[in-house]
Design a protein around this ligand. Structure first.
Ligand SMILES: [Zn+2]
Length: 260
């Protein structure tokens, strides 16, 4: 089977569903990752990295490209495919003031590009952003719209379009443990289609997050990520964003459950 994850920035994959990507790669499936940007507007947080050497823009993007390649190797998935868009920045006011950023790029063109990759890679399962972009990043929300469009339009151009589209999301109970608003960024437990127990992969997830060294920082900063988002080393939850064919009674513990 072929799985394709579509995310916006280096580190999204490791923070939102690293355990699941690693799990399916280890089971022998082909796992691909599209990354829309190189995270050129990220924040260097690692005290051992001289931020002046990697100003926002191309230099930081090149550093983060290498970090994502390392994370993919740790997860055992294919090297990342970059779409060469530019990170808009965060929060929203920053993104809105950056005309070169991803959110200002034409949605239809992005969707067309994703559709080309769907036709090329022929994934049966697609993983992408939910309508709230996991925690509201404008690039995530923009990419959600393009991903959703491409998933449905694939039925027009592919003899075997992808069957399942999943959004990694957290339940409102999990989100309530963070600084984010639970009713905006979380879903009710009965919306969850798949719960993946990632505890056996906790070391892999930790290593993949740490591979984004400039962003995640050394141990103490990673500890902060864990404090901010409790549970990321325990379980990854997904809702169904699109479906062709049948799906078992929810929740299941496998993205491929009941595959026919
Ligand atoms: Zn992101």
């Amino acid at each position: 089977m072929r799985l394709l994850a579509i995310f916006a920035h280096p580190d999204d994959e490791s923070l939102f569903c690293a355990g699941t990507l690693a799990k399916y790669a280890a089971l022998g499936h082909e796992v691909y990752l599209i990354c829309a940007t190189r995270g050129e507007q990220g924040q260097i947080r690692h005290p051992a990295i001289d931020a002046s050497l990697y100003p926002k823009g191309k230099a930081l993007g090149q550093l983060r490209e290498k970090e994502l390649e390392a994370a993919c190797a740790i997860l055992g998935i294919r090297p990342p495919i970059f779409l060469d868009y530019q990170d808009s920045g965060y929060p929203l006011e920053v993104a809105q003031a950056n005309p070169a950023g991803f959110i200002h790029q034409d949605l239809q063109q992005i969707e067309d590009t994703l559709l080309e990759y769907l036709a090329l890679l022929e994934p049966q399962v697609v993983i992408g952003f939910d309508p709230q972009g996991y925690y509201g990043h404008a690039d995530h929300i923009h990419l959600h719209r393009a991903t959703l469009g491409a998933f449905w339009r694939a039925g027009n151009v592919m003899p075997e379009p992808p069957k399942r589209l999943f959004f990694p999301l957290r339940t409102k109970e999990r989100v309530a443990q963070t600084k984010f608003h639970p009713h905006r960024y979380g879903v009710s437990a009965n919306s969850v289609a798949v719960r993946v127990d990632v505890r056996p992969l906790a070391d892999t997830i930790r290593s993949a997050v740490l591979a984004h060294a400039s962003q995640a920082g050394p141990e103490e900063n990673f500890a902060q990520v864990l404090l901010d988002w409790p549970g990321i080393l325990e379980e990854e939850t997904f809702v169904l964003g699109g479906l062709r064919g049948a799906f078992p009674a929810m929740p299941v513990d496998d993205l491929l459950a009941g595959w026919a």
